[in-house]
Ligand binder design. Structure first.
Ligand SMILES: C[SH](C)CC(=O)O
Length: 269
């Protein structure tokens, strides 16, 4: 039977996340690249997006939403990314650790740890799923660090703990960065002797804070594509310590029960 178009099914709405985020900028670009001028990108937050996904999924309703991996939603729901033949969302990319200028001199122990910090999507996934199952982020981080001695040892081998120096991290409430920032904070405090704080902020203040030196470091930079605009704006005032995770990706996704929607081009119908 002639089913209404997917646009009609979702009132031409893309369920978005936090305004200003790279994913929202890329999705606005995708709406241009794929001529989705009659669609609206709904601003929300990462938590708002997953709440709307949960409601739609439970009722097996159609929904088109912004997505990124690693994320617990791909463990919880049967989802699929829409093909992006124009590569608006780019190729799989990296999450980078970014330090303020001067950090190496001021906090050499923390700097060396942050320079070595790297883990996999599976590692992050363990922490994210524990948090999603109701564990406090600090507790989930402690559980992961205490359960992965070997990996943590690589990060801190030969480093002499400090005596209570303060350290400030910041992050945006994306489930991925809630996990990574809490693990880094836990290691700084419990293994390296810092009094470390993790400030939850929006994306603009996160980048501005580390660029103007109010924040010591972030582990939340999606590069080279998703956060390219922030890197262009602040990059020369920052110290990029490289990838803490590789092969991450973002894009548009739908539940797999939307069988006839497999590419962003299918939204034009
Ligand atoms: C974790 S999301 C890809 C971050 C963003 O959209 O800027």
């Amino acid at each position: 039977e002639n089913k209404p178009s997917v646009g009609k099914q979702v009132n031409y709405k893309i369920t978005g996340s936090d305004p200003g985020s790279g994913l929202m900028r890329l999705t606005a670009q995708a709406m241009e690249d794929y001529d989705l001028s009659n669609w609206t990108l709904m601003e929300s937050s990462a938590a708002g997006m997953t709440a709307q996904l949960d409601r739609a999924y439970k009722n097996k309703e159609p929904i088109v939403f912004v997505a990124w991996s690693p994320h617990w939603m791909f463990n919880t729901y049967d989802l699929k990314y829409l093909d992006d033949p124009k590569l608006t969302y780019g190729e799989p990319e990296e999450i980078h650790t970014i330090a303020r200028l001067g950090l190496k001199k001021d906090h050499p122990v923390a700097y060396e740890f942050l320079d070595r910090f790297n883990w996999t999507s599976d590692d992050m996934g363990e922490v994210m799923v524990d948090i999603q199952d109701g564990m406090e982020p600090e507790e989930a981080a402690a559980k992961w660090v205490n359960g992965h001695e070997g990996k943590v040892q690589e990060w801190i081998e030969g480093l002499t703990p400090v005596k209570g120096d303060s350290f400030i991290l910041s992050y945006v409430a994306w489930d991925s960065e809630l996990a990574s920032t809490n693990v880094v904070r836990y290691v700084l405090e419990e293994k390296l002797g810092y009094r470390a704080k993790a400030l939850q902020v929006e994306i603009g203040p996160m980048w501005l804070g580390v660029a103007n030196g109010d924040v010591d470091a972030i582990v939340a930079a999606w590069l080279p594509v998703t956060h390219s605009d922030y890197w262009e704006q602040y990059g020369e005032r920052l110290d990029d310590l490289g990838a803490n995770m590789v092969n991450v990706k973002s894009g548009l996704a739908v539940p797999s029960y939307m069988e006839d929607v497999n590419s962003i081009e299918d939204l034009q119908l």
